[in-house]
Design a protein around this ligand. Sequence first.
Ligand code: FES
Length: 331
Amino acid sequence: MNPGGEYEDTLLVARREEVASDVVALTLRHPAGRDLPAWEPGAHLDLVLDAGPARRYSRQYSLCGDPADRASWRIAVLRVPAGRGGSAHVHDTLTEGSAVRVRGPRNHFALRPAARYLFVAGGIGITPLLPMTAAAEAAGADWRLLYGGRTRASMAFADELASAYGDKVRLVPQDEEGLLDLAPYLTAPHLTAPAGPGTLVYCCGPEPLLQVAEEACRDWPEGSLRTERFQPRTDDAGTEPGGRAFELVLTRSGLTLTVEPERSVLRTVEAAGVPVLYSCEEGTCGTCETDVLEGEVDHHDSVLTDEERASGETMMICVSRCRGPRLVLDL
Ligand code: FES
């Protein structure tokens, strides 16, 4: 456990497999064979990567193995050539037997019980949906998976999904069929089974796909669509933080601070010597979620649902701020 109460340990890469072009799957185990913490479909893990003594950083990857297997965790990592270096580090340096620091798991994309599900994956966004489809199948739910990717060879786990679940899985390689078109599946009056009352939609993939899903589900009952982002959202809700200064009260620490316009709540709290857990610092991982006691939050994260934002009970202090003059946090 780390000071924030999260599991943190060094695991070993027990297996490394190329599961698609530019996608490598890693199976992680404890070096002493100990059980790993339990997790549920939708959970992700931090890999704490080391780029030299002055630079440790973390990246989040969804767990895509079997939650019943307590001896190992499995993740799959897409090499992103224009990325920030995390995926290249994983691809180029982690081999069987490598040690890797992990934190978590945590879950902001949990699978809620439903009779019907529509899962929508774009590219590597298949990873959190893999254990979800298994859970939906085991629960006897009516479900379908729409899975789009650049080419068939780039679509990790596509063959095993198709052979395990047959026509419940619709594969859409872009070079063969064009872009995955969600409208026939999500937009009335063309709803295709299993979409309809009581259906939950889980969508993970690149930002344009998520935005299409959000638009198509705009008239669905609130809470029908759940999305998972690996990058900050690009709509108004995800704009860069900044703006006015405001007063920040930390009740448990007994401190009153000022959050300056260009400084985040997280950095302000940390500079005052109050320990706080964080990871991505861009509002996508959920590690820094903090209880709000007073004040109107100006949300800029990509984790909370509209309902959770409206409740104002918690906020991601790495990016979110305060609309008014005063914010009171349970820190
Ligand atoms: Fe990741 Fe704040 S540190 S959401």
